[in-house]
Design a protein around this ligand. Structure first.
Ligand SMILES: [Zn+2]
Length: 296
């Protein structure tokens, strides 16, 4: 939803990503203007039930009070769960209070400690864990991982077999269903993921062996790549990474694909960042707003 660092520009907004796992939508970070990209991409953002915030810096949080206010304005009534630093709830609620904003649904804030790895969400079909990164303020990255053997609905099945909510519940248990006296075998509607896929969002961080350890074996790793190597001094000072650092993490952790983002506003042309990353790790993509990346 946003791939830039520090401040929104006419070229890109700040950090935010929407992850779709088995039809569940998870928002990671919420920079200013995230709701605009959510609307442009026609994402069903009222279906977001989980929001993960990596750290308190403005370019990762400024969009959150506004996004939730819009959800309420558009009639949302289902609750929303948010995990983030301990200061997050006060920031969001205080903003609503001072701006006279009413939110007509339940928003539950959960403090996510950045001291060590944590299990954030353990659901039927996937697990979210967090891990600390190396940044100027307490910061966490997240790993979202599919669970083994979980059946998921084939893309066309709901329409083809006119499945009700109850049908889907039965199918998820691995049983067949009966429609108008006819048995529909489970395998017609459901499939097992070929393997358990794993996505890691490494948040804001300087190069860190701890991050390498936390993202080992991921199918897709998102790693920030704020600076080119010529600006290494600023990267070190601000505890950010160069694209070559990001690629080193991908290589050392043995991931399949690397996605780089959180680009500094000082670069109009991202080709040098891309070049420096691919010199170390070939299977690298540049994050772009409004773009979907398949995890395989
Ligand atoms: Zn930051």
């Amino acid at each position: 939803m946003g791939c830039g660092a520090a401040a929104p520009t006419p070229y890109f907004l700040t950090t935010s990503q929407l992850v779709n796992i088995h039809g569940q939508l998870i928002l990671i970070d919420c920079g200013e203007g995230t709701q605009l990209t959510l609307r442009q991409t026609k994402a069903k953002f009222q279906k977001i039930n989980i929001i993960l915030i990596s750290h308190m810096h403005a370019d990762h949080t400024m969009g959150l009070p506004g996004l939730i206010a819009t959800m309420s304005l558009l009639g949302r009534r289902t609750s929303l769960n948010i995990w983030g630093p301990k200061e997050l709830e006060e920031f969001v609620r205080r903003t609503w209070y001072l701006t006279g904003t009413h939110v007509d649904f339940e928003v539950k804030f959960h403090v996510n400690s950045s001291i060590g790895p944590n299990v954030v969400v353990d659901s039927e079909s996937f697990m979210i864990t967090s891990f600390p990164t190396k940044h100027r303020v307490p910061t966490c990255g997240f790993v979202i991982e599919e669970k083994e053997g979980v059946l998921s609905l084939k893309g066309h099945a709901r329409k083809d077999y006119n499945l009700s909510h109850l049908d889907i519940q039965i199918l998820k248990r691995g049983e067949d269903i009966v429609k108008k006296g006819e048995v529909i075998p489970n395998m017609f509607c459901m499939e097992k993921p070929p393997k358990c896929r794993k996505y890691a969002f490494a948040a804001d961080t300087a190069f860190s062996p701890k991050v390498v350890e936390a993202v080992k074996g991921c199918n897709l790793l998102y790693h920030e790549a704020t600076f080119e190597t010529k600006d290494l001094d600023i990267a070190k000072k601000t505890l950010h990474s160069t694209s070559s650092d990001a690629a080193r993490v991908a290589k050392d952790a043995g991931v399949n694909q690397l996605l780089i983002g959180h680009f500094s506003n000082r670069y109009r042309d991202l080709s040098q960042l891309f070049l420096e990353a691919t010199e170390v790790f070939t299977n690298t993509s540049i994050a772009k707003e409004n773009k979907t990346y398949l995890i395989e």
